[in-house]
Design a protein around this ligand. Structure first.
Ligand code: PMP
Length: 297
């Protein structure tokens, strides 16, 4: 995937600069120790033709919370960053984009705290992230990090070594994606997405505590309330998950995407008839601000 070309503009520490000419410090604590926080945000071309960033405030508030959780200085205002992000989209002529803000550390080869942080916002065109086909998922041999060893609720760069290992393992074994359990063996999440399952007309999702509480997960719960779909947050095992009628991942990049199987277990419900499919359509309607029911498939 080409993330940028010669004329791509990023927002870097208060200025709009050409990505190809931007510089960074090779002694950054972020590069050496994974000490950085980031966001993954999407913009959509809406039904009325405008470009809108979905839940921009929620994402930039989480960026601030992630930085604070890692003791990183954070002196940016959410509204200013949203404005800068729209400017990045406009300068790069992007509509359906993936937006990647990163807060990173200055040169510092010690473990001592810093007095300042740096910020970059990049964006690139992105369509479907995990494709359209139902996913064949593998239970990972990797568990999510123990929340007593990490700030698991923060979107911290270093945590994503765990995600990369899990996703690479699943793909090397011929699967599409991984599912990770927490340190107690309960289902946690995918490498970059939260999980829901359907059983007898009700949805279930892992309770917060050992997962990244996703903004899409919250949106799915909002949609369930609107559509009168019962949803419960609880702990459950992969054995329980294998008894589900249907399962789906949700996340900013992944959006809402159904599963075909977990390990050797194929889920019995036809995706078209599942609650996940209803939510997938409702989610698409919501991010594109289409009138309910207007956008089918
Ligand atoms: N879990 C993990 C580990 C993730 O990286 C993501 C993507 N940010 C999610 C869940 C979903 O979060 P969101 O819906 O906020 O994108």
């Amino acid at each position: 995937m080409a993330y940028y070309h010669n004329n791509t503009i990023i927002y870097l520490n208060g200025a709009f600069v050409k990505a190809a000419e931007a510089t960074t410090d090779f002694y950054s604590q972020s590069l050496h120790y994974g000490y950085a926080v980031f966001e993954g945000i999407r913009s959509y071309q809406t039904a009325s033709g405008e470009t809108k960033i979905f839940k921009a405030t929620e994402h930039y508030d989480r960026l601030r919370n992630s930085a604070t959780a890692l003791n990183m200085p954070y002196n940016w205002d959410t509204d200013e960053l949203i404005e800068a992000t729209y400017e990045v989209l406009s300068r790069n002529n992007l509509r359906n984009a993936y937006i990647r803000p990163v807060v990173y550390a200055p040169a510092n080869m010690s473990f001592n705290p810093n007095t300042e942080s740096y910020l970059l916002i990049a964006a690139w065109e992105m369509g479907l992230f995990l494709g359209e086909k139902l996913l064949r998922v593998m239970t990972s041999s990797f568990q999510r990090p123990n929340p007593k060893g990490f700030r698991i609720e923060a979107k911290a760069s270093g945590h994503y070594v765990n995600s990369i290992l899990a996703s690479q393992e699943a793909k090397a074994k011929g699967f599409d994606e991984a599912l990770l359990t927490d340190m107690n063996g309960y289902v946690a999440e995918g490498p970059g997405a939260n999980v829901f399952y359907e059983k007898n007309g009700k949805l279930y999702t892992p309770a917060t505590g050992n997962i990244l509480p996703g903004i899409t997960r919250a949106t799915v719960i909002e949609i369930c309330t609107e559509l009168n779909i019962p949803v419960e947050e609880r702990l459950f095992t992969t054995d329980e998950l294998k008894q589900a009628d249907a399962v789906f991942f949700c996340g900013t990049a992944a959006e809402v995407i159904g599963w075909q199987s977990l390990d050797d277990t194929v889920f019995p419900a036809k995706w078209e008839n599942t609650l996940g499919r209803r939510i997938q359509l409702a989610y698409k309607n919501r991010v594109t601000e289409a009138v309910k029911g207007e956008l089918i498939d």
